[in-house]
Write a new protein. Structure first.
Length: 244
């Protein structure tokens, strides 16, 4: 596959399962990657990729990312797969510090988009994909901070689609549900999360949870040259779980 040959893809959150899978899919499609990771450097196939080890919660990351993008000649594609750790407190018991940490990822998405847009505008071609999650719509006790942050990031992405379309730039959301890596044996879950997992599996039309590669393929489908007519949309990768 070489649909993305000559394109530069800026991928954040590459330390995670989904971020790693996205890197693999984009590299296989021929993209040159600029990858941000916090720990556990992902294996990258192909040549010409660059990596930025940066913790978005620490100061100074902007300069490192800006330098990497400038060296690559600007970004054609932004895939933001960075996300906060999930929480477990109800709104009435939520530590404000934890809430601020989740909401800081909304500011982060705006900053990342702002860093990527100039290169896209200059080429009059660009793709922005925000990896959100089903919890932004499918509410669950204790997940208010996480869901609120993802919902806000999704709104920013839809506004990006509205504002940047005339520059040839699309912006979409990929929202996975529970994701399970078939290559790894999953340990026992906390009883509360096991109950949620069982409930979701019963609702999934496919009778199985999506894999990281399933999510990555959804991302890939939105950044290919032929996807120029799709913008401001949310693609749910839930194994067929109804989203209400």
């Amino acid at each position: 596959m070489s649909e993305l040959s000559g394109r530069v893809a800026f991928v954040t959150g590459a330390s995670g399962l989904i971020g790693r899978a996205v890197c693999r899919s984009l590299a296989t499609a021929g993209a040159r990657l600029v990858v941000q990771y916090r720990s556990n450097l992902p294996a990258l196939e192909g040549d010409g990729h660059s990596v930025v080890q940066a913790d978005f919660a620490a100061p100074g990351w902007q300069a490192a990312v800006a330098d990497a993008l400038a060296t690559a000649g600007g970004a054609d594609i932004l895939v933001n797969a960075a996300h906060p750790a999930t929480g477990g407190a109800t709104v009435g018991e939520l530590d404000p510090t934890v809430l601020r940490a989740h909401l800081a990822t909304v500011v982060l998405h705006a900053e990342l988009t702002a860093l990527a847009l100039p290169g896209m505008r200059a080429k009059r071609w660009g793709r922005v994909v925000y990896v959100a999650g089903a919890l932004m719509t499918r509410l669950y006790p204790g997940m208010g901070a996480y869901g609120a942050a993802k919902a806000a990031g999704a709104v920013l992405t839809r506004c990006t689609a509205l504002e940047e379309g005339r520059h040839g730039i699309t912006a979409n959301i990929v929202a996975p549900g529970r994701v399970v890596d078939p290559a790894k044996e999953e340990g026992p879950l906390d009883p509360k999360w096991q109950a949620l997992s069982d409930r979701l599996l019963e609702r999934a039309a496919l009778g199985a949870f999506p894999s990281p590669d399933d999510v990555a393929q959804a991302v890939l489908s939105l950044v290919l040259p032929g996807a120029g007519g799709i913008t401001g949309q949310t693609i749910w990768v839930t194994g067929g779980e109804p989203i209400t």
